[in-house]
Design a protein around this ligand. Sequence first.
Ligand code: ATP
Ligand code: MG
Length: 423
Amino acid sequence: MAKFIQAIRGMNDCLPQQTPLWQLAEQAIRDTVAAYGYSEIRTPIVESTDLFKRSIGEVTDIVEKEMYTFDDRNGDSLTLRPEGTACCVRAGNQHGLLYNQEQRLWYMGPMFRHERPQKGRYRQFHQFGVEVYGIADAQADAEVLLMSAHLWKKLGMAQHVRLELNTLGDNDERASYRDALIAYLEQHKEALDEDSLRRMYSNPLRVLDSKNPQVQAILVDAPKLSEHLGEETKAHFSKLCELLSLAGIEYQVNERLVRGLDYYNRTVFEWVTDSLGAQGTVLAGGRYDGLVQQLGGKATPAVGFAMGIERLVLMLEALELVDNVPSAVDVYVCAMGDNAQSQSMLISEQLRQQHSGLRVMKHNAGGNFKKQMKKADQSGAKIVLIFGDDELENQQVSVKFLREDKPQLTMSMSDLSTLLEQL
Ligand code: ATP
Ligand code: MG
């Protein structure tokens, strides 16, 4: 027998029993962005490799070892997008959306990173993200954080996530810190791993992001970025902190939070949870005032975040926050005999047209009464309609209640309409 072809490692199918939870999460996301007046943007999944090298940074995990990069038939180097921010900026610049304008955008879709697959970490995963352009004020930073908090509340997750916050300062502030950090790291070379040693000069802030406990231990006494920040950066950060406090959003300042992408400046943040084990960051983002210009546009302040939808869905499952995943069917239509089978197909279609939103599944596989009832029950429908020649002749229908303890009824088609309106 031929062997089944398997999906690519780390790229998951979302099976029918999982999609309702995904749809529920996606709907909560759509309702949330709508509540803030954000507009959706959809960009291609494939972009020029240069876009990600120039934005995320050459010396980052993503660009060094995680991108799916290939030459297409013309010999151009293309990459499956590992994240959405660079794509939004590329599209914004290309279509003049960012030039002297404000934009509040959101996106949702698959991203690709060649990582070691494990719980909460996949090679094709999905992100929901928002990007705000043209607003330098800390109110924009506060708004995207408020929006994420709004989403946690909507999904009943607010007790299970906490916000960590930091400011990375501006370029010159980071440059001055960089020198101090390199000097410190040079004194502790023996404790650094290969990655950190390699990045020490090319991108020393990346070392702060190391997940190696030995490296983290050395960093405890490292010089602090906060000692190199100027007044403006500090004022921006304290305004954000004040706005969050005012809104009742709790946060913790984590001075070692740097994020794994190079384009961030000033505000960076992560929403983390203890309910997912090692992959505890659900949502992450920050300000990236330099990126639009770096990618060829006019200097434009920007702030945004990205959330991993798999991690969100895993949380909803782990915390058992959704007890009633909705079924796909309201009404199941059965029929006894050939004539009734074909007649009831037309009636099913009429019901779908008359009752907007009503989900009607017609039994199409024949079989006896018992078999049809079994299918009706499996469909998750609330009621089953039964048509036989007698019912059709009298323009009636028999109705059986599948989820309530009520007797079977025979009623006119107009009474059925009333019943369906109340379902
Ligand atoms: P991590 O430190 O977990 O690798 P990251 O810093 O690479 O995360 P970002 O690039 O900021 O993450 O992406 C934002 C969010 O996207 C993460 O917080 C996470 O929820 C999700 N995410 C990132 N990489 C993956 C992945 N490989 N599989 C599933 N979700 C992911
Ligand atoms: Mg990562």
